[in-house]
Design a protein around this ligand. Structure first.
Ligand SMILES: C=Cc1c2[nH]c(c1C)Cc1[nH]c(c(CCC(=O)O)c1C)Cc1[nH]c(c(C)c1CCC(=O)O)Cc1[nH]c(c(C)c1C=C)C2
Ligand SMILES: C[C@H]1O[C@@H](n2cnc3c(N)ncnc32)[C@H](O)[C@@H]1O
Ligand code: SF4
Length: 444
């Protein structure tokens, strides 16, 4: 593909498609709807739970997550009290006991909770939910917060997977992103978790950050791969300073440009493949024995709000401010403001504010977009035998003539050149993106 085409395409802003419709297209949805959707869950039905802990010790300059600085310990305790209220209200809306197959603590920094707080939350969940004996119990950890006491406590709680925010190990980059974290900190956290018996590890990295180059990234990839985490995610930095005040601390003049980002994404993939990892979707890598690598190879990979997953549950219940729940009938997102969240859950309310009611055609589009994001390929004869997609096909034509996709007998597949730009192919099937450029991140 020509440099000029890369530049043109990679500079387009498109969603990351962790859901379709994306959260940006949600409409008002009320707690009554969530109550109805919760009541429809059947006995022993497999569900996933996501718990959002919206606090960190301090906020990194690049962060795009929903999190605030915990200025006092009491702030975190007040959040835990509110979360316990929400769990009680959600539980009282259930008409059956579901079975939890995946439990994920995200944030923010869940490791800001103390052992007593974790235990109270788990005890509250166990009153209404059965935990599957082989439940995947995962937590996002800031390596700087991992202590021997925490590692042992997490293992005691049944945590069997941890995701560490590594971001980059280069000192100059770390200074520019407000995240000072020498690699020794990552090594220590990794060892403590493994010694405690938590061996399934993921590292998160970011490319497209200030002062990163192809050379610094190659070095970062080698240093983190030497620690042999089963999984690595490497996201493209999404710089949206108009929406995230903390990102205004990043000097945009030292950010890599579109072409450099493109080259960085390529060197990350090239490095991890050389170091024994298999690429999974657009931004994950996994060692060959890992379930995610196996799912990617045999076409059973799924995508949810946390990214790529082996989870195939119909229902994901999100708890905590800003959490998104997924039900067979649609999506429901909680209010994001922690103060309002707390006031309302403490008054016994569900706090759904936005979401989406899935129509049959949305389900078809969601299936197509998910197949493209996970497998880089979709067969419309299987996915949507009844739908013509004339507009969509017209949108794909320029991508096809630039060598990004091949369309044959209604089978759409990305070429090797097209894989990094698969979000653009997916966007052709997104009815909500018809030429309107919104504040999404760059395609690469
Ligand atoms: C773990 C941290 C999270 C990341 N994303 C989310 C969390 C909790 C969830 C999230 N982020 C955004 C939304 C949309 C609704 C909103 O309130 O703004 C949700 C549900 C906003 C957002 N974050 C990023 C972008 C580009 C946007 C806006 C566009 C969009 O909705 O797609 C950047 C970003 N955040 C995270 C990653 C990994 C990432 C970029 C690679 C983490
Ligand atoms: C959950 C993961 O999301 C990533 N992350 C957080 N903020 C951003 C952003 N603005 N752009 C890209 N990735 C981000 C970090 O790698 C974190 O560990
Ligand atoms: S990247 Fe992690 S630690 Fe940093 S502010 Fe965001 S949620 Fe908190």
């Amino acid at each position: 593909m020509h440099e000029a085409s890369i530049r043109r395409y990679a500079a387009l802003a498109v969603p990351r498609y962790t859901s379709f419709p994306t959260a940006a297209d949600f409409v008002p949805v009320t707690p009554d709807t969530t109550s109805r959707w919760l009541r429809q869950i059947g006995p022993q039905e497999a569900v996933s739970l996501y718990i959002h802990v919206p606090y960190c010790k301090e906020i990194c300059h690049y962060c795009g997550c929903h999190s605030k600085m915990a200025v006092r310990e009491s702030v975190v305790e007040n959040f835990v009290i509110a979360l316990l209220s929400e769990i009680k209200t959600v539980s009282s809306n259930l008409t059956a006991r579901p079975q939890v197959v995946h439990l994920h603590w995200g944030g923010g920094t869940p490791s800001i909770l103390d052992v007593d707080q974790f235990e109270r939350i788990i005890a509250a969940l166990r009153l209404a939910f059965d935990f599957h004996p082989e439940m995947e119990h995962a937590i996002e950890l800031d390596p700087r917060t991992v202590t021997p006491v925490l590692a042992d406590a997490l293992a005691q709680m049944g945590v069997n997977r941890a995701s560490l925010g590594v971001q980059d190990v280069d000192g100059r980059v770390q200074k520019a992103i407000g995240r000072i974290q020498p690699i020794e900190t990552v090594i220590r956290a990794t060892n403590l978790l493994r010694e405690a018996g938590i061996e399934r590890l993921n590292f998160d990295l970011i490319y497209g950050l200030p002062y990163q180059t192809v050379e610094t990234l190659r070095e970062t990839c080698e240093r983190v791969a030497a620690l042999k985490p089963d999984r690595i995610a490497c996201f493209g930095y999404a710089h949206l300073p108009q929406r995230r005040a903390n990102q205004r601390l990043i000097d945009a003049s030292v950010l890599p440009d579109t072409e450099e980002r493109f080259a960085q994404a390529a060197v990350v993939t090239e490095s991890f493949v050389r170091l024994g990892y298999q690429p999974v979707g657009i931004d994950h890598f996994a060692l060959p024995h890992d379930e995610l690598a196996i799912a990617a190879a045999n076409g059973t990979l799924n995508r949810n709000f946390q990214g790529y997953t082996t989870d195939s549950c119909q229902t994901l219940i999100g708890l905590g401010p800003s959490s998104i729940s997924q039900y067979p009938a649609g999506y429901a997102q909680n209010i994001s403001d922690v103060g309002q969240y707390s006031r309302r859950v403490n008054a016994g309310e569900l706090v759904t504010v936005r979401g989406y009611f899935m129509r049959e055609s949305d389900r078809v589009r969601a299936g197509i977009i998910s197949a493209l994001m996970c497998n880089f390929r979709v067969d419309l004869n299987e996915a949507a035998p009844e739908m013509e997609f004339a507009d969509e096909m017209a949108l794909l034509r320029p991508l096809a003539s630039d060598g990004l996709v091949e369309v044959r007998d209604r089978v759409i597949s990305a070429t090797e050149d097209g894989k990094p730009l698969i979000r653009l192919v997916a966007a052709a099937f997104d009815e909500f993106r018809r030429g309107n450029v919104q504040s999404f991140s760059l395609a690469v």
